[in-house]
Design a protein around this ligand. Structure first.
Ligand SMILES: O=C(O)CCC(=O)C(=O)O
Length: 359
């Protein structure tokens, strides 16, 4: 499901309306800047058709007409909730999270959510990694432990590595050139997902209840229950059982997909956006259906329930650094010295936490 700038797409998929929209919005760089990575400049893209719920919210407050097909929901929620006429079950809550809440969940996403037994994309290669964020701050490196062998044994799977351990960088250099290591900062930047609660197994594209797991933290559960209410069947309460945290760096994208592994599609997926602004594509039940493009900003929450659960969706683009002035709102909240690394990270990243009732 997860893709990047370099992901290859079968040719026939290029012909679908969803793929064409992905190509339209994805990040391309100006050719003239190809040789110098530092100065690479994003190619301008026509954003005139992207729904902007910031301005929709303003129009709503000023009693001005909303764009065609955008309908405010009368549901008694403490903030305006919008639905889309031709995508039943889809709800958009602009600015649902306060700046303080956004900072809290950014920090949790970097510190506690990737902690074992929660799994991350790094598990497959390195096994469980403890305290990656702390190690990245301390500029440590993860070093292969070869056991009694002093170096790599190509005849054994994984080169005979017994495990991986963090070391100070000066200790790594003293181990010599045969030492296999990777900097914690690089691993943090390459963090693509972590899973909370019931663990999602990407290779099987399903939940693996046999994998060890902790419950989703109670504060996140309570928040998800509250945010889910506009999309919940009357008198029922959302039960958060699993969550996927997606981490996006510059150029990363999430290809069009369905989230169809949960038993009851009448229950929403509660999806929270943090950090850099993104474009979200909400397609129809077929990839041939032209998707609706909309901006997702830090603090926005999207709910997908019922028929919307059958709609292809994805994130073709995030806007980082100079392309995203709005990040300054978060910068003010991250004033404490301890928060500096999280701030550095989020200036050029986006985090999405999507919470699911699995059964
Ligand atoms: O990043 C987002 O906003 C969407 C995430 C998503 O679609 C997913 O994880 O299935």
């Amino acid at each position: 499901m997860y893709g990047s700038e370099s992901s290859t797409v079968p040719e026939d998929l290029e012909r679908t309306a969803f793929r064409r929209a992905e190509k339209k919005y994805k990040l391309y760089y100006e050719d003239t800047y190809k040789s110098s990575k530092k100065k690479r400049k994003p190619k301008p893209v026509d954003l005139s058709e992207v729904l902007d719920f910031n301005s929709i919210l303003e129009s709503y407050y000023q009693n001005v007409e909303l764009p065609h097909g955008v309908v405010p929901l009368r549901c008694g929620f403490d903030r305006p909730v919008f639905s889309l006429e031709n995508r039943p079950g889809f709800y958009f809550i602009p600015g649902a999270l306060s700046v303080k809440e956004q900072c809290q969940w950014i920090k949790e996403s970097l510190t506690s959510f990737p902690q074992p037994p929660n799994r991350t994309n790094h598990n497959a290669f390195y096994g469980p990694i403890n305290d990656l964020f702390i190690a990245a701050n301390e500029r440590k490196a993860l070093v292969a432990d070869w056991g009694s062998n002093s170096e790599c044994d190509p005849s054994v799977s994984n080169g005979g590595v017994h495990g991986w351990k963090f070391f100070e960088e000066h200790e790594v250099s003293s181990k010599g050139s045969t030492c296999k290591s990777v900097s914690a900062l690089v691993l943090l930047r390459k963090l693509r997902w972590s899973t909370l609660g019931l663990q999602f197994d990407w290779s099987k594209r399903n939940y693996d209840v046999s994998l060890p797991h902790k419950k989703i933290p109670d504060t996140l559960c309570q928040l998800a229950k509250r945010l889910a209410t506009p999309a919940m069947p009357l008198g029922e309460e959302f039960q958060p059982e699993g969550a996927i945290v997606n981490y996006f760096g510059p150029g990363d994208m999430l290809g069009g997909h369905l989230d169809d592994m949960e038993a009851d599609w009448s229950k929403p997926i509660v999806s929270m956006s943090l950090g850099c602004k993104a474009i979200f594509l909400l397609g129809g039940k077929h990839r041939e259906d032209p998707p609706i493009a909309m901006f997702l900003r830090s603090g926005d929450v999207v709910l997908m329930a019922g028929e919307a659960r059958e709609c292809f969706h994805g994130v073709p683009r995030i806007f980082t650094d100079g392309e995203n002035d709005e990040i300054v709102t978060l910068e003010r909240q991250f004033s404490h010295e301890d928060d500096f690394s999280a701030l550095e990270y989020i200036r050029s990243s986006r985090i999405n936490i999507n919470i699911r009732q699995v059964y």
